[in-house]
Design a protein around this ligand. Structure first.
Ligand code: NDP
Length: 382
């Protein structure tokens, strides 16, 4: 029996993790499940899996959560501190699947326990970068990349040496707008309609703008220290190859699979072993063709902005991430046009001096908050 906590249990990654646990229920003990405000989903999951504790980030929902869990013996808690306390409970593996920099505090709390963290929450690593990787080393924690591309790279690196890597290629589907000419008129419904993956709203918009790939570039830079100039992005619309590693002898290893997050999640849950998933065998003749294109950074400047932020280092990636989170929220709320997302992020990055490189979690959170204020002021001038 292995123990598990899922941060962001009511989201797309969280639910797919629970699906795998359900299929192997005798093997797992669920400790903590968390959500932002979805009390009904959280309580249902906590009851089904017999969690020790359920935490909702939104403190106003505590009474509702208590009512939904009454008679179950499951602890109910609310608020950011409670979220970090739940994340700090010792477990064999923590799945970090909160969306956005909001997940950073809980991820760091899990890291400080020296445990194993299956990291889907890319914004946390993008924002905290060196602060997080230093904490991982200091506390003897293990980060297992759950993002499909990084999980693919991680798998391709098994048995290999980073010093033997010539390049890493991150594949990108190109999102739902790859072939759409007029990006100014794109609606939220169009932007979230991803052709290959079924994901939460924020990452779906990120895929449409290509900020997802930009964030992944920064994520890869921290996870696989081969040097930024050796990490490439290639558009691969079929999303069959999830990423590749090229070694110095000219061998390129790729990981292939269905576009279903349960594959990389299962790879993390069972690591270093394997577990069954309900995936059909890969049918290459049915897929027929795999195609590849260079990214169009004129129409989708996000990967350029992310590369520049990674090159600048320090606070720049956290600023880029925070500005993007504000821009995506504004786009989904119908307040700005799709094409303004990248413009806003670039404006925030270029506005005045960047803050000093953060050295602690608190400093990262201050940079994040400051960038959110700057982005909001540009959107809603006083
Ligand atoms: P969803 O939006 O589907 O779910 C997000 C989860 O986080 C929900 O449980 C949500 O709770 C919770 N949450 C949201 N805001 C907060 C907050 N302020 N404080 C605490 N909890 C919060 O996201 P996804 O599952 O799509 O993505 C999760 C992470 O995984 C993201 O970082 C994403 O980039 C990454 N990822 C996702 C993939 C996917 O296929 N979905 C693929 C690869 C990476 P509630 O339900 O109450 O709102």
């Amino acid at each position: 029996m292995r123990s598990i906590s899922i941060l962001g249990a009511t989201g797309s990654v969280g639910e797919q993790t629970l699906d795998l646990i359900r299929r192997n229920s005798g093997e797992w003990k669920v400790v903590a499940l968390t959500a932002n405000s979805n009390v009904a989903g959280l309580a249902a999951a906590a009851r089904e899996f017999g969690a020790e504790v359920a935490v909702v980030a939104d403190e106003r929902r505590l009474d509702d959560l208590r009512a939904a869990l009454s008679g179950s013996g499951i602890e109910a808690a609310a608020g950011r501190t409670a979220l970090c306390e739940a994340a700090a409970r010792p477990v064999d593996i923590t799945v970090a699947a909160i969306v956005g920099c909001a997940g950073l505090g809980p991820v760091m709390a899990a890291i400080e326990q020296g445990g194993t963290i299956a990291l889907a929450n890319k914004e946390a690593l993008v924002s905290a970068g060196d602060v997080m990787t230093a904490a991982v080393a200091r506390h003897g924690a293990t980060l297992l990349p759950t993002d499909s591309e990084h999980n693919a790279i991680f798998q391709c690196l098994q048995g290999g040496r980073i010093s033997d890597v010539r390049s890493i290629t991150l594949t990108a589907s190109g999102g739902p707008l790859r072939t759409v000419q007029d990006l100014s008129a794109v609606t939220p419904a169009q932007a979230v309609a991803h052709p290959n993956w079924d994901m939460g709203a924020k990452i779906s918009v990120d895929s449409a703008t290509m900020f997802n790939k930009g964030l992944e570039l920064i994520e890869a830079h921290h996870l696989f220290p081969v040097g930024l100039d050796r990490i490439r992005i290639v558009v691969h619309p079929q999303s069959v190859i999830h990423s590749m590693v090229e070694y110095r002898d000219g061998s390129t290893l790729a990981q292939l699979g269905p576009s279903d997050m349960r594959v990389p999640i299962a790879s993390c849950l069972a690591w270093p072993g394997r577990m069954d998933t309900p995936m059909a065998p890969l049918d290459l003749p049915a897929i027929g063709e795999l195609s590849f294109f260079a990214p169009d950074e004129t129409r989708f400047p996000a990967t350029r902005l992310a590369r520049e932020a990674a090159q600048a280092g320090g606070a720049a990636p956290a600023v880029l991430n925070a500005a993007n989170e504000i821009a995506v929220d504004a786009f989904l709320a119908g307040k700005i046009a799709f094409s303004r997302i990248a413009v806003l992020v670039e404006s925030v990055l270029e506005q005045g001096e960047l803050p000093a490189a953060p050295r602690t979690l608190e400093e990262v959170l201050r940079v994040d908050e400051d960038a959110r204020h700057r982005a909001t002021r540009i959107l809603e001038p006083a």
